[in-house]
Design a protein around this ligand. Structure first.
Ligand SMILES: Nc1ncnc2c1ncn2[C@@H]1O[C@H](COP(=O)(O)OP(=O)(O)OP(=O)(O)O)[C@@H](O)[C@H]1O
Ligand SMILES: [Mg+2]
Length: 300
């Protein structure tokens, strides 16, 4: 089956500064792909390239098998997008914004449906000049979702949304994906997309450094037990001498691996008459494993 979105060997420079190098990835229909990377990694540039908004310096892009170029946008009819900041006209109401973008047979019903989905009924008929940051952001997302596109590209969509709105947006996106809509969503915070995306693309300095499933990334996170004793200095020496894997840092963090770790550490400490005062289970941290990937594969 053709991928809904295919990016192959994409290159982009601004002047003589290379900002994307050989970027290749595919997103299958109905999948939610997270494009994650630090500020300046090139996330927005990838999205603008896919949308034919900026010229590229090589590579190919296709949406549902149709090529996209700067002057050939036909493939983009089925694409909805929000890039960087929503373009808001202060003197139009939210509904008037959506009317400008609606292109279905029953515009009014489509608008009602997206307004309902995004929970914007309360202020949709008010002029956008009085909108808060989060309300503007929701309007931008509503525009991207409005015409029931096959592919939706959202650049940092959670910006400015409160936790309840974030959770609600996740539910809306998941439901659309379950009905076959494909999503490419960027963020500089991996954990923000943890409960949403099934595919993860990690971008650093214009290069995709990791392409994996969210599940695999989560499985790779390490379990750590933080322990406190009545003599941490001696405890640490003993554990190090016994070759028990410890997390970096001053506190004592036992890394749990397939051989165990915690039980042998405890036996050793108790045997040496050191009192273990507390043991805390530290959740495997996705953000740390993301930073590890970015740092380990740092490119020149
Ligand atoms: N119009 C432009 N002219 C020159 N350089 C640009 C332009 N747009 C982007 N860049 C550069 O390209 C690189 C990638 O920028 P991009 O906006 O794609 O990053 P990003 O991953 O979206 O970052 P952020 O998380 O801050 O949104 C940066 O080094 C940026 O300075
Ligand atoms: Mg950006």
């Amino acid at each position: 089956m053709t991928a809904m979105l295919a990016v192959k060997d994409l290159q982009k420079s601004f002047g003589n500064k290379k900002v994307l190098q050989d970027v290749s990835f595919e997103v299958e229909r109905g999948h939610i792909a997270a494009l994650v990377g630090p500020n300046g990694a090139g996330k927005s540039t990838i999205m603008k390239s896919i949308l034919g908004l900026i010229p590229t310096n090589g590579g190919s892009l296709s949406v549902d098998g149709q090529p996209v170029r700067i002057n050939s946008h036909q493939a983009l009819e089925e694409v909805g997008a929000l890039i960087e900041y929503p373009g808001i006209y202060p003197f139009l109401t939210g509904r008037q914004h959506l009317e400008l973008f609606a292109d279905g047979k029953d515009k009014s019903a489509d608008i009602d449906s997206v307004v309902h989905a995004m929970e914007m009924e309360r202020y949709i008929n008010v002029k956008a000049k009085s909108y808060s940051l989060g309300m503007k952001q929701k309007l931008g997302i509503a525009q991207a979702l409005l015409n029931k596109p096959e592919l939706v590209i959202l650049d940092e969509p959670m910006n400015g949304l409160d936790p309840q709105a974030v959770k609600h947006l996740r539910d809306v996106i998941k439901e659309m994906a379950a009905n076959g809509t494909t999503f490419l969503i960027s963020s500089h915070i991996l954990s923000e997309l943890e409960k949403l995306a099934d595919t993860v693309l990690i971008l650093n300095k214009g290069v995709i450094v990791e392409q994996t499933s969210m599940q695999q990334l989560k499985d790779g996170t390490q379990t750590v037990f933080a322990i406190a004793t009545d003599d941490d200095v001696r405890a640490k020496k003993l554990l190090t001498a016994a070759d028990i894997a410890l997390a970096p840092g001053d506190a004592i963090g036992i890394l749990q691996d397939e051989r165990g770790g915690l039980d042998s550490a405890l036996r050793l400490l108790i045997g040496a008459d050191i009192h273990v005062l507390a043991v805390d289970h530290v959740e495997g941290d996705l953000e740390t494993s993301f930073l590890n990937v970015v740092n380990a594969k740092e490119v020149r």
